[in-house]
Design a protein. Structure first.
Length: 154
């Protein structure tokens, strides 16, 4: 089973999953997860690199409500939905691929910007937002900003 037994027996009506790159966009990912646990039954972070997820969670003192094993995020998302018994499933992503994934497995999709706005979470600065400078909104602004800085560093 992919769900880890919940010691707090949360009864929220939402399963919330955050893509690793989207989680990196938050100024305090640990606080985001703790806040989300107040109104969600299950909360976690997924990525194709499960070791990177484990390191990120350890760095921020957060535990996943999901045992990812060696699943990529496509398989993890499908398995989480099958195992979690909640009326809503929301995926916070950072790329067009994340949006496609959410649509394919039947989850609602929000960018990290949208999630932050709705929940009152703080985003980190643009340079720290994602692995590739992604702003978390699925745009290419991070790539364009880096290119602009490399061509015009003043």
């Amino acid at each position: 089973m992919i769900l880890v037994p919940d010691p707090h027996d949360r009864d929220g009506e939402l399963t919330l999953v955050v893509a690793l790159d989207a989680a990196r966009a938050f100024a305090d990912p640990g606080a985001v997860v703790e806040d989300a646990r107040r109104w969600s039954r299950y909360v976690g972070v997924v990525d194709n690199d499960v070791e990177a997820v484990a390191a990120f969670l350890a760095d921020h003192g957060v535990e996943n409500d999901f045992a990812l094993g060696d699943r990529d995020k496509w398989r993890a998302m499908a398995d989480i939905k099958a195992a979690a018994n909640t009326p809503r499933y929301v995926f916070v992503g950072a790329s067009p691929e994340d949006r496609r994934l959410a649509k394919h497995v039947g989850w609602e999709f929000l960018t990290s910007n949208e999630a932050a706005e709705k929940a009152g979470w703080t985003l980190s600065g643009p340079a720290e937002a994602g692995r590739n400078g992604d702003r978390g909104d699925g745009s290419d602004a991070g790539v364009l900003d880096r290119l602009r800085r490399s061509l015009w560093p003043f």
